[in-house]
Write a protein that binds this ligand. Structure first.
Ligand SMILES: O=C(O)CCCC[C@@H]1SC[C@@H]2NC(=O)N[C@@H]21
Length: 186
């Protein structure tokens, strides 16, 4: 694929993650203030569709724009300060998670796309994001790891599983209609 087309794909998924931030975040009112956000769906999709390198670049571009101050995070937040806040670990998890989702999709490119999407979405899009988010939340909010799991991981698992299902449906649909757009399986 030409580098021009790669750049278009990377920019498209960075923009998709930003657009998903327009959906209102849902505050659960728990300690630490971590919201339910649709943006982690975009992170899963970036990895699933683009693979580890381009998927990581798409999320990296999105986070770079946030760091520059663009209000692209759910609720209209942006600026370097968010990378020092309670949700900083999840933001790092977005980057690593997209790379892991993409790496798993690529490794499973010769298996059923639905199977690859579910496995990569659960491991990269949930386990990795939570594994980076929870310890930072515990540190920043001054709570134990157990407490952080109770307020920063468990309440989000049902919604995150729904996102894996949605991302899998998108991957399945694109695999049937426009398989060349799933660069992770090229
Ligand atoms: O916007 C931010 O500052 C990052 C929010 C991180 C939210 C995490 S990502 C994993 C889990 N699933 C959600 O819907 N919310 C949390």
């Amino acid at each position: 694929m030409s580098s021009d087309r790669s750049l278009v794909h990377i920019a498209f998924y960075a923009a998709l993650i930003a657009a998903l931030g327009l959906m209102p975040k849902i505050e659960l009112g728990l300690a630490g203030g971590i919201p339910i956000t649709a943006q982690s769906l975009g992170v899963m999709l970036a990895g699933m569709m683009l693979g580890p390198v381009r998927g990581g670049l798409a999320v990296g571009l999105f986070l770079f724009l946030v760091a520059l101050g663009l209000p692209l995070l759910a609720g209209g937040r942006g600026g370097i300060g968010v990378f020092y806040g309670a949700s900083a670990g999840y933001l790092a998890g977005y980057l690593v998670g997209a790379i892991v989702v993409g790496a798993i999709m690529k490794a499973m490119r010769n298996t059923n796309v639905v199977f690859g999407a579910v496995v990569s979405g659960v491991i990269g899009g949930i386990v990795v994001v939570h594994a980076l988010g929870v310890p930072v939340l515990a540190y920043k909010a001054g709570m134990s790891l157990d407490q952080a799991i109770m307020v920063g991981s468990l309440p989000f698992i049902p919604g995150d599983l729904i996102k894996v299902v949605l991302a899998t449906l998108v991957a399945h649909t694109i695999a049937r209609g426009l398989p060349s757009a799933i660069l992770s399986r090229a």
